[in-house]
Unconditional design. Structure first.
Length: 208
């Protein structure tokens, strides 16, 4: 908890410094963003993100902000790579469509994805999210779940069963489990997504 508070303070500093250097009249009030940073509403759990991937929800677009070499080594299915080192206002405007998609940013932890979320939010995007804990937490929870004790609460047991089912889905193992609520669909092979820039309407030429 203490580490997250310190992190939010750093982000808030990033908010006010970058906003003070920006003269765009369309930018969001930095104080409003600072208040939003105190809320957890922008976070999606590793389980929520897994559900979105498994169900192939077309209303979400995942953005991996890690370096391209790390993205090539491993990434979440369907994610698009926009390395933080290449992120700018123009990049986000050209690449992301907040009117069409809910944007999920993720990195190895929360640091870079939080910054990407903030920059996207400053541009007016209200449908942005951060995967809580990043890819490190996703691997820990989904690919390497720890079995709870036999005396653990029912909710904890059910969460573990879900994580096992999700792990089987992502690793290509058998999806059949003893508990029916956690039987997942067979993974479909889909071609990798190619980042496409949004079309910009050409201005009409001529005199009025």
């Amino acid at each position: 908890m203490f580490q997250r508070v310190l992190f939010l303070l750093c982000i808030c500093g990033f908010v006010f410094v970058s906003c003070s250097q920006k003269s765009n009249s369309e930018s969001i009030d930095p104080q409003k963003i600072a208040l939003e940073l105190q809320s957890d509403k922008r976070y999606l759990s590793t389980e929520q993100v897994s559900d979105i991937i498994i169900n192939e929800d077309p209303s979400y677009q995942m953005i991996d902000v890690r370096p391209s070499d790390e993205f090539q080594d491993f990434s979440l299915p369907g994610a698009i790579n926009i390395p933080w080192s290449e992120i700018s206002e123009s990049t986000l405007k050209e690449s992301l469509d907040c009117e069409k998609y809910n944007i999920i940013f993720y990195s190895n932890n929360d640091v870079l994805s939080e910054r990407a979320w903030y920059l996207n939010r400053q541009l007016g995007c209200k449908s942005g999210y951060v995967m809580d804990g990043g890819l490190n937490k996703w691997i820990k929870n989904i690919l390497q779940p720890v079995k709870p004790s036999e005396t653990a609460a029912t909710e904890e047991q059910e969460l573990y069963q879900y994580r096992i089912a999700a792990r089987n889905y992502f690793t290509g193992l058998s999806s059949e489990l003893e508990l029916e609520p956690y039987i997942l669909p067979v993974k479909k092979k889909t071609p990798p997504k190619v980042l496409k820039k949004k079309k910009v309407e050409e201005e009409e030429e001529g005199c009025s």
